[in-house]
Design a protein around this ligand. Structure first.
Ligand SMILES: [Zn+2]
Length: 357
């Protein structure tokens, strides 16, 4: 839920919550079809309608859940890119650079707590109009929200409960890498338990395992296993970065205005970095045998860096912000600023050499 570079191409934009775009993932349509068929089969047309109502109730519960994550992140001053509702609940993509253990836990808890609240409302409503069609629907809303909340609160990444566990360990140890490792391994254990529940439990009880249950459990377990593996990999990457600072790769720059004529360009103490408007350009050589008129502006010789290839990272800061900016801007060079003023650039090859050593 934190990767801003991932494009939401696999979804349909359906709404916007507080300016944050909300997408319906394509996998939701598959889920809606499965729920409609499973609930509807054997019960005729009315069954299919009830199945579809369940699918829509689940969608609304997921949207409330993800909307709560997004609103909490917004409230805490984090930049929210989008909300996607899909198969297992969905995900909220936000900029995690300003994250602290407390903020991460608050954002993670907001989703399941909203579902618990809706479950209570549904249950109270169902009690009030017991025995009617409205009572059935309200009861359904209560159950769907209760199950969604409890499932997401399991303390294992990539679920919300896993994020809360990660934050706790992060807060206690002061190392996010430790939190990711613990909650990531909890995710792998959960994935194994889900498979054991679907296959092992019936066998122990002397029953034949149910095929549909195995397919569902296998799918959910594989999604959780993959998310948990990403958390563990990210923990190892963070551990490799610990104790290293941006100074180890920063190459100092001298900022040159883009309008400066080439003829006035003398030797500079650092790498010449051309600033023109809001853009930064790196100077290239004009090429063998090419003569450039001395009144040509230096910007004509520069290669512009992508717009997002700038990060606030002062001397002594850790490497992570420069690394994530490199990934999100897909640029092999990023400009480092200190109080908004460019002081150096960081180059992907230098980072790879440092981290590989
Ligand atoms: Zn969630």
């Amino acid at each position: 839920m934190t990767d801003p570079s991932r494009s939401p191409s696999a979804g349909l934009r359906i709404a916007s919550i507080a300016g944050v775009p909300v997408y319906l993932g394509w996998s939701w349509f598959a889920l809606a079809a499965v729920i409609t068929v499973v609930v509807g089969s054997g019960a005729g047309a009315v069954g299919y309608v009830i199945g579809l109502v369940y699918a829509v109730v689940l969608l609304l519960a997921v949207l409330a859940h993800e909307g709560a994550h997004a609103l909490m992140a917004r409230r805490l001053g984090l930049v929210v890119h989008r909300v996607v509702a899909d198969f297992l609940g969905g995900h909220t993509a936000f900029d995690s650079r300003a994250l602290t253990p407390g903020r991460a836990a608050a954002v993670a808890a907001a989703g399941p707590l909203t579902n618990l609240l809706l479950a209570l409302v549904g249950w109270l409503g169902a009690q009030a109009v017991q025995g009617t069609m409205a009572g059935l629907v309200l009861g359904g809303i209560g159950w769907v929200n209760l199950l969604l909340a409890l499932f997401n609160l399991l303390p294992a990444l990539p679920l919300d409960g896993g994020q809360i566990l990660e934050s706790l360990v992060w807060g206690v140890t002061g190392r996010r890498a430790s939190g990711l490792l613990v909650a990531g391994w909890a995710g792998r254990v959960l994935a194994v338990l889900i498979v054991l529940w679907a296959v092992g439990l019936p066998l122990v009880q002397g029953r034949t395992p149910d095929l549909i249950r195995i397919v569902w459990a296998g799918f959910i377990a594989s999604v959780i296993w993959r998310g948990a593996g990403q958390a563990i990999a990210s923990s190892q990457a963070r551990a490799a970065l610990e104790g290293r600072t941006i100074d180890q790769v920063a190459r100092p720059v001298t900022v040159i205005p883009g309008s400066l004529p080439v003829g006035s360009l003398g030797p500079t103490p650092g790498i010449p970095l051309v600033r023109e408007g809001g853009r930064y350009l790196l100077l290239g050589s004009p090429g063998e045998g090419v003569t450039v008129p001395p009144d040509t502006p230096v910007s004509a010789l520069g290669t512009a860096l992508p717009e997002g290839a700038v990060v606030e990272s002062a001397p002594g800061d850790e490497l992570v912000p420069a690394l994530t900016t490199m990934q999100s801007s897909r640029s092999s060079v990023v400009v480092l600023t200190d109080g908004g003023q460019p002081w150096a650039i960081a180059i992907a090859d230098d980072l790879n050499t440092l981290l590989g050593s």
